[in-house]
Design a protein around this ligand. Structure first.
Ligand code: PLP
Length: 470
């Protein structure tokens, strides 16, 4: 098992490109970073073997198929999942996994979709599939300032939505409950016990594990969500363009795909206009898989196993603790706080993602575009905006239902119009996130940058273009 000293060594060697190029990388919630070893392994594999399209039947396609099978097994091992119970479907990313569920879930007017307000847009988007089938979406609000949701609120919302679905009928169809195990906005861990709560009320559960599994063990022998979505580049940086839907086989069998494609069918007729889907995970894998990259997932998983996910977890937790303490200590000369933190102020039940805004000496929010520009000038990579999580953003900026509904009807051409309409003090927050290759120096550099740049200063009003991509 690796220790902190070894992680420091890895930073200098495997992730040496960070310090060689003076990067202070604080966007692990955006993407993890690849170790040089992973790239070397890929080059070695592709330049010493020959891998063909897995849909063919020939020696090179067999070689590819063997690697795909190995990788599916490696993914199941990572999650301690029983292959009899769970299937691994390769997708382009977590978003692709979510879409597979959304487009094929048997929504009907009696089967509600329930979401936490804290969700990535790739989960929020499920509501359009639900709407198309006449199903409403229920959002469970977040508590402030911790940005958590109480167990009671989850139970009440699920029970109420199920009762409404049941009204006038014998029995509600199953509903779908989707939430992130770790918030990509605040870093909060939402309880995995909600999976059992939802099951006991007749729901299927889609767990967005994209952020959580970067620093945590998810044991599918213990907790059994029906669908789990992940993006592998978030966990070990490389390859990009490969994610997974890990699905419980009975739940997968309930999905109804809206189309078929190459790779998903046993047989099809053009003139007869019929088709028969394959009866395994390939029914969900459209077209030719990213077969030269997928085997690198096993390399990445081995890399993480070699270091130890618990080591990564402890390392990130320790750095997050230092970051949170340092932010709380940042004060203007008057003693006024320089930082407004969104989410938990300590390391209890949270990951290494920290959202905030800087405050000027008069307590006004420093425009996040100014922070993005100033940080970039110091080669600090952080994230600004709403992080594709409008629900958490709306909560921290105190935006209620009525004002947001009104905005939908006003004539708003640009993001700036929208923000002006809401009379927001800022277009978004600043997010710093830590990961496997982070070092204490990254945290200290960020804290020094903040102190030097914003202490007792009133930064100029931003005239920078706003480029929000949610
Ligand atoms: C919690 C969470 N869910 C989903 C996603 C979407 O991931 P991707 O863009 O890789 O599909 C992200 C990405 O930031 C995320 O953090």
């Amino acid at each position: 098992m690796f220790d902190q000293r070894t992680l420091t060594h890895l930073r200098a060697t495997e992730y040496g490109y960070l310090d060689e190029n003076h990067h202070v990388y604080l966007d692990y919630a955006g993407a993890g970073l690849p170790a040089r070893f992973q790239l070397a392994m890929q080059a070695e594999r592709i330049t010493s073997g020959c891998y063909g399209n897995p849909h063919s039947e020939n020696p090179t396609s067999t070689a590819t198929e063997e690697l795909l099978v190995r990788t599916r097994r490696a993914v199941l091992r990572f999650f301690n999942a029983d292959p009899e119970q769970y299937a691994v479907i390769f997708t382009p990313n977590a978003t692709g996994a979510m879409r597979l569920v959304g487009e094929a879930y048997p929504f009907d007017p009696r089967s509600p979709l329930v979401l936490t307000t804290d969700n990535h847009n790739s989960v929020n988007g499920l509501r359009e599939y639900a709407k198309a089938q006449g199903t409403g979406t229920v959002y469970i609000p977040l508590d402030t300032p911790g940005l958590r949701v109480s167990d009671q609120a989850v139970h009440t919302a699920l029970a109420q939505a199920a009762r409404n679905g049941r009204a006038g009928t014998e029995r509600a169809a199953r509903g779908l409950f989707a939430y992130p195990a770790q918030s990509n906005f605040s870093g909060v861990w939402h309880p995995l016990e909600w999976i059992d709560t939802a099951h006991s009320l007749g729901y299927d559960v889609l767990l967005d594990a994209a952020a959580y599994v970067t620093t945590n063990r998810l044991d599918l022998a213990v907790l059994q969500p029906d669908f789990v979505a992940v993006s592998w580049y978030k966990v070990f940086g490389y390859p990009t363009g490969v994610g997974c839907l890990i699905a419980r086989r009975p739940a997968l069998a309930r999905l109804r795909r809206p189309w078929f494609a190459g790779g998903t069918i046993q047989m099809a007729s053009a003139q007869g206009q019929w088709h028969r889907m394959t009866d395994d995970e390939s029914a969900f894998e459209d077209g030719t898989l990213n077969f030269l990259s997928i085997p690198d997932v096993e390399v990445g998983l081995d890399w993480i196993r070699g270091i130890g996910i618990d080591t990564v977890h402890d390392h990130v937790t320790a750095l997050t603790g230092r970051l949170l303490t340092g932010l709380a200590e940042l004060r203007h000369g008057s003693g006024a706080p320089m930082v407004r933190l969104y989410g938990p102020a300590d390391t209890e039940r949270r990951g290494g993602t920290v959202a905030m805004n800087f405050l000027d000496p008069q307590g006004r929010i420093v425009d996040e575009r100014v922070v993005a520009r100033d940080a970039a000038a110091r080669t600090i990579s952080l994230r600004t905006g709403c992080f594709c999580n409008p629900g958490a953003g709306e909560t921290v900026f105190g935006l209620g239902h009525s004002v947001l509904r009104r905005a939908a009807h006003d004539r708003l051409d640009t993001v700036d119009d929208y923000l002006a309409d809401l009379e927001l003090p800022s277009g978004g927050a600043v997010r710093v996130s830590l990961g496997l290759a982070s070092h204490l120096d990254d945290v200290e550099t960020f804290l020094e940058f903040a102190a030097e740049t914003y202490r007792d200063r009133i930064p100029e009003a931003a005239t920078l273009p706003r480029r929000l991509r949610c």
